[in-house]
Design a protein around this ligand. Structure first.
Ligand code: HEC
Ligand code: HEC
Length: 465
């Protein structure tokens, strides 16, 4: 691993002279060219702008952990099959499910997107479901029949729960300089529900799978550090509040700070990964030992867990240690101007750039890293237009967690699309900004008032991340 990394640095330094004067934006710069400012994931950064940019282990992963990374990688990418099968190592799929593998939604460890045609599978968007009530801890209550997620695939001989379709409503607007733009707002419809009526007031939260990079670094940020950015009652009166979510933590049997998921609805990578196994693929584990099949679906009796605690932890280690690609073109003039604008118009109030991680309990290369994720991991009211109107623990129907911005300039390369936001509605970075409302309204309006040249600078900065 280390050798490959060094060679990459070396070759890029060697080519530096020949490309330095190059006019075009594809100029390749060495990772140490900008005083390390471009190492978004600290020493957990890698220099890679290829289609595999999200799929590399952090440098410094050694011995047992390196081995676990590669085993975790295979469990992340493999297709699970119906049990009983001759290969018990990977059976247990379903009965109903959303995908056969993690990578079906996190393709190349990257970002999912909305389906482009009805019936398309493996796109990475799923619908969370609940009824308008919460339990004592604030957990959304599942639909009595369809559970907390619409499963649109099933094993042979079992009906999938149903399908969904999306229609887009056009919304138009214009920038301060008069240039017009058009956004598309998705409306979801559930079709062909196979197990009877769904709750009449069903709440639907559409969400795409995120890029998998740097997640262990986010987990290693201290709770105190995150809470220091919270301003729930907006005491400083800047229109931006920021609230922590507290969610049910199965391992510790208590409410814990939420960090993962679009509403900071998961407290740890362990719970997030085990939740993905059960909810998305139908794989039981020590955290979620029971399958929730639709009513009257009887599958082969199986008392064993589909995945052991040890395997689960290998996938958690994998999910914790995917390296963050370095910023590209950090010293490009446009990028530098864009970075300044990002701070001037208030994007950094939520997309907080820098942290030093605390001690990671088990993976030492994740400890004490200077990282730049551009998130506060807090909830913000983003206005009615982005609302899913489905509360998730303390997050209300208009609140979303600020997503990290590292890697967002690489979706095109890695995933061959540029869909952004929780449901992939934004077709590019500019649209993602234009959807900001609520606490993000001011900085959105500031963006709209920029000249076209300035807007392009800001986008160049975002694309360099
Ligand atoms: C059907 C699509 C789908 C599959 C399959 C899937 N995921 Fe996800 N993943 C998502 C979505 C959607 C989210 C956001 C969840 C939310 O907001 O509640 C997510 C979130 C995550 C996150 C948190 C990312 C963040 O930035 O907060 C991790 C980690 C993750 N998934 C790991 C996995 C693993 C490991 C597997 C396989 C066991 C898996 N996922 C399978 C769609 C999927
Ligand atoms: C009030 C807090 C806040 C401010 C200020 C803010 N954002 Fe965001 N940003 C968010 C949240 C929350 C989301 C996720 C919304 C969603 O998915 O529905 C988001 C999403 C994004 C995304 C999409 C990321 C992804 O992974 O899909 C981009 C890009 C982005 N913001 C850039 C900006 C820029 C540029 C600015 C300044 C003009 C800005 N933001 C200001 C909170 C904020």
């Amino acid at each position: 691993m280390k050798k490959v990394h060094l060679i990459l640095i070396l070759t890029s330094c060697l080519t530096l002279f020949s490309c330095q004067d190059d006019e075009d934006n594809n100029t390749i710069e060495s990772p140490t060219y900008n005083n390390g400012d471009e190492l978004l994931g600290g020493n957990g950064s890698i220099y890679d702008e290829s289609v595999n940019a999200f799929s590399q282990p952090i440098p410094g992963l050694e011995g047992e952990d390196e081995l676990r990374f590669f085993v975790g990688n295979s469990f992340f990418n493999q297709n699970w099959v119906t049990s009983p099968a001759s290969t018990t190592a990977r059976d247990g799929l379903g009965a109903v499910f959303n995908a056969r593998s993690c990578s079906a939604c996190h393709l190349k460890d990257g970002r999912g997107r909305p389906p482009q045609t009805i019936g398309e599978v493996n796109h990475g968007l799923l619908l969370r479901l609940s009824i308008p009530e919460q339990d004592v801890y604030g957990s959304p209550l599942p639909d009595p029949i369809y559970g907390d997620q619409l499963q649109d695939q099933a094993i042979l001989g079992v009906q999938k729960e149903g399908e969904f379709s999306i229609v887009y409503e056009k919304i138009t607007g214009s920038f301060g300089d008069g240039e017009a733009y058009e956004l598309q707002k998705p409306l979801y419809q559930l079709n062909n529900l196979q197990y009877g009526d769904i709750h009449p007031e069903i709440e639907i939260s559409p969400r795409v799978g995120q890029q998998m990079i740097g997640l262990g670094l986010l987990e290693a940020i201290s709770e105190a550090d995150i809470l220091s950015h919270a301003d729930p009652t907006d005491i400083d009166n800047d229109g931006v509040s920021g609230r922590p979510n507290y969610v049910w933590d199965i391992v510790n049997q208590q409410l814990s700070l939420g960090r993962f998921g679009w509403k900071a609805n998961q407290p740890s990578l362990l719970q997030q990964v085990a939740g993905a196994f059960i909810g998305d693929i139908g794989i039981t584990s020590p955290l979620f030992p029971e399958n929730h099949n639709p009513p009257n679906v009887v599958t082969a009796a199986d008392d064993e867990l589909d995945i052991t605690g040890d395997k689960l932890r290998q996938v958690v280690l994998y999910s914790s240690t995917l390296a963050v690609p370095t910023q590209r073109n950090p010293t490009n003039e446009q990028v530098l101007q864009g970075k300044q604008l990002f701070n001037e118009i208030g994007c950094n109030k939520c997309h907080v750039s820098s942290y030093t991680t605390d001690i990671h309990p088990s993976i030492s290369p994740l400890s004490h890293q200077k990282i730049k994720p551009f998130t506060d991991l807090l909830l913000h009211d983003m206005g009615e237009d982005l609302a899913d109107n489905r509360p998730d623990f303390l997050a209300n129907g208009q609140e979303w967690r600020t997503p990290p911005l590292w890697g967002i300039g690489l979706f095109q390369t890695v995933n061959n699309h540029t869909f952004y936001l929780h449901d992939g509605r934004a077709r590019n970075l500019q649209e993602a900004i234009l959807w900001h409302g609520g606490e993000g309204e001011n900085s959105k309006n500031n963006f709209k008032q920029l000249t076209k040249a300035e807007r392009e600078q800001l986008l160049a900065f975002l694309n360099s991340l």
